[in-house]
Ligand binder design. Structure first.
Ligand SMILES: NC(=O)c1ccc[n+]([C@@H]2O[C@H](COP(=O)([O-])OP(=O)(O)OC[C@H]3O[C@@H](n4cnc5c(N)ncnc54)[C@H](OP(=O)(O)O)[C@@H]3O)[C@@H](O)[C@H]2O)c1
Length: 247
């Protein structure tokens, strides 16, 4: 049982098709959870599920654009038919699309797309998960923040604004759900290498990330497991960061 701290838990993980989401899904499944994986790209989700099942775990996948209210509604209708509750919801979907242009040169549509990818995904998936979470045991939401949402960086305004708003969304939702015993916390991973073709962890010697350590996806799992195993009287509305610089 100690080797399976998430035994009997049902976990929804957004952005589980690759990168940190896939790492979270496989780790939670290895800890005993049944994992519901979602992202837009079905082929990547299938790979996550195949990896989990090959290791003896339980997972399923649903393709869904988490910025599209109709698709999110259909997604929750589908899982409602199959699952009677959710215990853990990890709102991990998000990211950037490479280096952004300075604000003065930004295209509004592209700028909004990045904000949406990091904020609306969490709003729609978080809100949609509440009816099932209310049936869960020690129910919890974990959001995936970023140090770039805590301090400005040139060339990352949309991503930073999306993550800054996500951080406040985490706290607002935590306050609203406190009376119901549903906790909401933010995990900030710091820089992580997610290249599927291989990656060497390393210290950053210069630039704005000087002093940071580019870690492996597996390095975020102990904190992700800590947050997934807290009781409902545990922390809520908090940010837990693995950075090595002042945020
Ligand atoms: N890697 C880092 O250094 C780092 C540092 C700080 C924070 N983070 C955060 O950690 C999270 C995961 O990052 P990552 O590096 O693993 O990124 P990634 O490899 O690009 O994975 C992002 C995941 O989110 C999904 N996604 C993106 N937009 C979506 C949408 N509209 N609807 C549904 N799913 C969507 C992607 O799948 P589809 O494209 O198929 O939809 C993918 O599965 C992100 O929130 C990121 O901002 C990462």
């Amino acid at each position: 049982m100690n080797n399976h701290p998430l035994h009997h838990r049902i976990a929804l993980i957004t952005g589980a098709g690759r990168g940190l989401g896939r790492e979270l899904a496989t780790a939670y499944a290895a800890a005993g959870a049944s994992v519901i994986c979602t992202a837009r790209t079905q082929s990547q989700l299938n790979k996550t599920v195949a990896t989990i099942e090959a290791a003896g775990g339980t997972a399923c996948a649903y393709a869904c654009d988490a910025t599209d209210e109709t698709q999110v509604q259909q997604f929750f209708e589908a899982i409602n038919d199959k699952f009677e509750r959710l215990d853990i919801v990890f709102l991990n979907a998000g990211g950037a699309e490479g280096e952004e242009l300075p604000i003065a040169e930004s295209d509004f549509t592209a700028w909004k797309r990045i904000v949406d990818m990091n904020l609306s995904t969490a709003f729609l998936m978080g809100r949609g998960s509440l009816p099932l979470l209310r049936q869960g045991t020690d129910p919890k939401i974990i959001t995936m923040g970023s140090g770039l949402g805590q301090a400005p960086r040139i060339g990352a305004s949309a991503y930073g604004c999306g993550k800054a708003a996500l951080s406040l969304f985490t706290k607002a939702l935590a306050m609203e759900l406190l009376p119901e015993g549903i906790t909401v916390n933010e995990l900030i991973p710091g820089p992580v290498g997610t290249d599927p073709d291989g990656f060497e962890p390393h210290y950053v010697e210069e630039g704005v990330f000087k002093g940071e350590y580019f870690k492996n996806p597996a390095d975020i799992i102990p904190l992700a497991m800590f947050l997934a195993t807290q009781p409902s009287h545990g922390p809520s509305g908090q940010t837990f960061a693995l950075n090595r610089r002042l945020l």
